[in-house]
Design a protein around this ligand. Structure first.
Ligand code: FE
Ligand code: FE
Length: 256
């Protein structure tokens, strides 16, 4: 597979289309704010990072046209790609944990509220988002307050001050924010924000420091995408290394 063949949504399976139809219809500003408020309390579960990896092992991401690998395999492949290139240990660890927010599925959340590309709520939906036609059925699209390029926001307000569609990025950011350095948190929080990190959409909302944050996200993104067809990782052989690495940044058990 060559690089251009990744993220090909025109040839994607019916289940990817169905996923985005539901996602674009149902992710409203009110929904995202309510879910964020609910999960920000971090009182859903207590477990360690490796345990979360194992919990994800049976989940396959419906929104991803590129892989049928299990989530733990994807997490380890991403981390191993980063390690192979000699990046710092927190960057390797970010590869391992970036998708652990998908544990929301194990908490009973539907896929459309967990995975897929994210976008800003409270302003117009730009065509740079995959399958923009599905937003016609989103109630926010008919709300005049949310229909301009900046909508409810001030120009230049900064990414940390906008509400993105709710899912595993924002949730894992909330879980990890006391433990990892700033660039790691940007990678986790914005890795699915394709219209923001890979197109010119939302330029008017970016604030101080955002361009640098998005640079980190782009640096991370190549590993998230292009390690998907490497050979499956040997989970048992890698476990001791990653358990040590986890232990140098996270306590044995954290709040989810
Ligand atoms: Fe992800
Ligand atoms: Fe990923």
């Amino acid at each position: 597979m060559i690089d251009d063949d990744y993220r090909d949504y025109d040839r994607a399976d019916a289940h990817v289309r169905r996923f985005y139809r539901l996602n674009h219809e149902r992710q409203t500003l009110d929904f995202a704010r309510e879910r964020r408020r609910h999960y920000a309390a971090l009182n859903t579960a207590r477990m360690g990072i490796w345990e979360a990896c194992e919990t994800l092992d049976t989940l396959v991401d419906d929104s991803d046209p590129d892989t049928g690998l299990s989530q733990i395999e994807h997490c380890l492949q991403t981390a191993e790609g980063i390690r192979r290139d000699g990046h710092p240990d927190w960057f390797v660890l970010t590869g391992l944990v970036h998708d652990l927010g998908k544990i929301l599925c194990a908490f009973g959340e539907p896929q459309w509220a967990v995975t897929g590309d994210t976008f800003v709520l409270g302003c117009a939906f730009p065509d740079a988002i995959v399958y923009p036609e599905y937003f016609a059925a989103n109630p926010d699209a008919a709300d005049a307050r949310y229909n301009t390029p900046v909508g409810i926001y001030e120009p230049g307000c900064g990414l940390d001050n906008v509400t993105l569609s709710w899912g595993h990025d924002e949730y894992m950011y909330l879980v990890a924010r006391d433990y990892l350095p700033e660039p790691a948190l940007a990678m986790i929080r914005y890795h699915s924000f394709y219209p923001g990190h890979s197109t010119d959409a939302y330029r008017e909302l970016l604030g101080p420091g955002d361009e640098e944050r998005l640079q980190w996200v782009r640096r991370f993104n190549r590993y998230d995408l292009y390690t998907k067809h490497d050979s499956p990782p040997d989970i048992d052989a890698l476990r001791p290394f990653y358990q040590d690495l986890i232990g140098s940044y996270f306590p044995a058990e954290i709040a989810w």
